[in-house]
Design a protein around this ligand. Sequence first.
Ligand code: GCU
Length: 346
Amino acid sequence: MKRIYQRHFLLNFLFLTIFIAIALPLTGCSSVPHRRIVRIGHNQSTNHPTHIALTAFQNYINEHLGDRYIVEVYPSELLGSQTDMVQLTQTGAIDYCIASNAILETFSKNYEIFNLPYLFASADSYHHAMDDPQITTPIFTATQKAGFTAVTWLDAGTRNFYTVNKPVKSPADLKGLKIRVQQSPTNIEMMRLLGGSATPMGFGDVYTALQSNIIDGAENNEMALTDNGHGDVCKYYSYDMHQMVPDILIANNAFIQSLSDEELAIFEEGYRRINQIQREEWVKAVDAARKKAAEQQKVQFLYPDQAPFVEACAPLHRSVLQNNPHIQPIYDAIQEYNALYPTITE
Ligand code: GCU
């Protein structure tokens, strides 16, 4: 089974690489042969704050370096799942992609830290920590040898459990439920500690898995209910607020190194804008998603006591820090932000 899966994965990857090498250069650029195409892949829809921010980046680069570069943004898993896209970015088949921090921990263990449940005491603490280069630089540069570097982060809100027909009011309610998690060992362990049965799979497969009862629920931010239609199937969304997992924009190293100092400065300003625009759009998008889920999809929002969830997940902090002592100083710096911004302000 594992071998068939690996073969399937390799064929998939090979197909995408060949498609990108042969087919994409033929699209849309024949009249401007001297401009370098810069490809960015992501897995969200074109309505999503991520796509809006990347489109602003595309326009910004066009405005300032349009004689040399054309940015092309590929949404909706057009270039494959996030794992596929990270591998394409590693090899330089594409130049950038957005990956959830969750899946990056398989490329560098340093990323485990942002996957820890209940790491941040509040959204303010999360935002301040993610904006602090002393916290992010050791993580964002940890994949140099793997061929890519993180250049900025994007908000992906707070992750909460949602289920087809059983409201989750405490960890005990997760017992016996198959819950989709992202493909990361930390997430699988989190689910084990909370008592549910972890079912890792790519984001694009979740809707069908929910609809065909392969899984009983999933965990994600509110946008998954509306933008990905999960709220058409799942009627209970419980604010246990177990994680704030950022999305990360990663870049192929060879591409970044090929930029002149002047070009690099423009691209870096572009990353700053992606972060800023995405975060502004995020606030509006989450408000709209909550409203739509409640009014149109008839999703019921629940507010369980978080304490038993926090307690069940505590051993994961200890085991991750024990297995990777390098991240202890980063963890400690995050605790300082937690002390400054202790209230959940979601
Ligand atoms: C969020 C996140 C994505 C991620 C998805 C998932 O939507 O923004 O980057 O892929 O969750 O659960 O897989």
